[in-house]
Design a binder for this molecule. Sequence first.
Ligand code: CTP
Ligand code: MG
Length: 230
Amino acid sequence: MNQTIKFWAVVPAAGVGKRMNADRPKQYLELAGLTVIEHTLSRLLQANVFSAVAVAISAEDPYWTELDIGKHELIITAPGGKERADSVLSGLKAIREQAKDDDWVLVHDAARPCLTTGDIRLLIDTLVNDEVGGILALSSHDTLKNVQDKYILGTLDRRTIWRALTPQMFRYGLLKSALEEAEGNPAITDEASALELMGLKPKIVEGRPDNIKITQPEDLALAQFYMEQQ
Ligand code: CTP
Ligand code: MG
């Protein structure tokens, strides 16, 4: 491995958490004594691999400056964007002076607080010599249906279907140009899809099923349970 290659983390945290239906964005809800985003950022910092962690925060967010972790020397605050991809691009721009094109960037949702150091290491160890990069993902246990207007049109081949998680790990230069090229495209819901659009093939690394994204109210209790098990 090239010793001069660095690792950076970018954390999109500028969403409003509509599906959570709470009094504040879900990243600021309490989970096991801390806010969701404090868990997420602590876990990234604990892995001890990142030169810095760029966090994209909405201009209307009154909660972020209340948290001590925002003042950590490795945390950089960047402006949030309209869509998740815009927030990620903003995080990348916040480290443009320090990051080199060949450095690796791990993009991780603020809303995934159960990430383990083991999964971060697995992703890095699997992909560090890869040209393109890849993502943590989960295979699907359920039989999957293609549905229109509540009628089943067919059954998907489960062996070829994976659920995309984060972190997603790509080279700084490639990821930034892929996201810039795809700007405004609603089909870009994760980093991998921006690279797929360029004709590239990101790799799948099987992650842990407890790396859930807090999305609906019941997910908080589930995340708490997983943390106790870890
Ligand atoms: N995100 C972001 N900027 C946006 C939208 C989302 O940084 N404009 C972040 C969220 O804060 C979250 C991650 O992207 O950490 C994943 O998005 P999602 O789970 O969809 O969060 P929200 O958009 O906040 O939730 P919802 O879609 O229910 O409104
Ligand atoms: Mg969203």
